[in-house]
Design a protein around this ligand. Structure first.
Ligand code: AMP
Ligand code: MG
Length: 411
């Protein structure tokens, strides 16, 4: 390898420089989880749209109930019953009450609702055992959202609460950044699909599945274009197909082996290289470039290298394409539990178990860290960045790590 290695941060910056938010599309509300709003949302109507009852009970004129006590209840005539979804038929007159359900419109004349628990209904009448203040148990029109309110800004990420709010405003579709279309190509003459038995010298194509799942975690269903043997022309044909997508992920063939010709194929197909070689392990031979607007990632073939490269470079790019402003996960300082040697000049991206004791994070290696050992990723909820150098890190020292997800439970 002759390329000058660049730092992880520099590599990510070069990737993100090419990852601009994709165009907007109208998407049904049922499919917008995790999408980013393309424009501001202004409420076309108020929520709730009308004054309604916050309780099952009786709509009354508060003035009629001022004398009511548990010992001396006030007696009112029940003039009608108002289920949710129904308008009252009449105005509540002095001495009257309307039986009302939660969410039903408050009838004219009434200015309070007495909850059913402090009443007793008998033969068309109701005894009220508690005085109700004006406005009691009434949810006012617009108390959540007023018509004309600017409820969500462009760039908002749509999570369940935002989606519920949009639904309450009657928006069946919303303008969001479209998701990137992603192609996954697995290179290697030794690869067979997971449903095939292994012949001599063969291994299952695991990268296609781990990378697919990593895409799914950001809400994207990628297209696996399959396995291509280490044959130049066949590789070129499949990569050409992959270049029709917004993002192409290949795995394997980016190192210095005799059959590692992904870079040559990229060159021939007009992919403009932005980087080759990152000062990290695993993941050193990552190659990245662009053709037209397609982001082209040549991920290393080793299963852990591919996953770590996805996490550090591909995922942030995908989120940017989807319109996210912040696209990297949080990093923290942690106390490392064991001595780690890393004499090499490259940063060791150590797969780690991370947990918090009080306000202090701790990390511990998940075990053997070979770049082909997927079990080092299994059980890892963090990636710790161990600097290269003769000294390494000693137990109890501080290390920076990236939190993949909150602490794991169980053994
Ligand atoms: P390469 O970068 O092509 O030299 O591959 C490096 C290592 O990763 C080799 O041991 C390959 O067999 C392995 N490898 C490459 N592609 C895959 C894949 N899709 N699934 C699992 N292992 C792979
Ligand atoms: Mg290979």
């Amino acid at each position: 390898m002759t390329a000058r290695l660049i730092s992880i941060d520099e590599a990510r910056a070069r990737v993100l420089a090419e990852a601009l938010p994709l165009s907007l599309e109208a998407r049904p509300l049922a499919e917008v989880l995790g999408a980013v709003l393309g424009g501001e949302i202004v409420a076309a109507h108020s929520v709730p749209p009308f004054d309604n009852s916050g309780m099952d009970g009786f709509a009354v004129r508060a003035g009629d109930t001022v004398e009511a006590t548990p010992e001396r209840p006030v007696r009112l005539t029940v003039a009608e019953t108002i289920p949710a979804g129904t308008m009252a038929g009449r105005v509540v007159q002095p001495g009257e009450a309307a039986k009302i359900m939660t969410g039903a419109p408050v009838p004219g004349g009434a200015d309070a609702v007495v909850q059913v628990e402090v009443t007793q209904e008998t033969q068309g009448q109701v005894l009220v055992f508690e005085a109700a203040k004006r406005g009691k148990n009434i949810r006012r029109a617009g108390e959540d959202v007023m018509a004309g309110d600017r409820v969500l800004k462009a760039g908002s990420v749509l999570n369940p609460a935002e989606i519920g709010l949009l639904a309450s405003l009657g928006l069946a579709t919303v303008q969001v950044h479209r998701r990137p279309r992603i192609a996954i190509v697995s290179t290697g003459s030794e690869l067979v699909e997971v449903d095939q038995p292994l012949g001599h010298g063969q291994i299952h194509n695991s990268n296609s599945y781990s990378l697919r799942a990593q895409c799914q975690q950001v809400g994207i269903e990628p297209y696996a274009l399959g396995i291509v043997a280490d044959d130049y022309e066949a590789t070129k044909r499949l990569i050409e197909k992959g270049l029709e997508y917004d993002v192409l992920l290949t795995s394997g063939g980016v190192s210095v082996g005799q059959f590692d010709f992904i870079k040559d194929v990229q060159d021939e197909l007009g992919v403009e290289r932005r980087l080759w070689g990152v000062a990290m392990k695993p993941g050193k031979p990552l190659v990245f470039g662009v053709r037209d607007r397609t982001l082209v990632f040549g991920l290393p073939g080793n299963p852990v290298s591919a996953m770590v490269s996805f996490e550090l470079f591909v995922r942030p790019a995908l989120l940017r394409l989807m319109g996210y402003r912040k696209s990297t996960r949080p990093t923290y300082k942690a106390v490392i539990s064991e001595d780690v040697v890393n004499p090499d000049g490259r940063v060791l991206v150590m797969r780690a178990r991370a947990w918090r004791e009080g306000s202090v994070w701790h990390v511990s290696s998940t075990g053997a860290q070979g770049s082909g050992m997927l079990r080092s990723m299994v059980g890892a909820n963090g990636l710790a960045f161990v600097p290269g150098g003769p000294r390494g890190l000693k137990a109890g020292e501080e290390v920076e790590f990236l939190l993949l997800h909150e602490e794991l439970t169980g053994p």
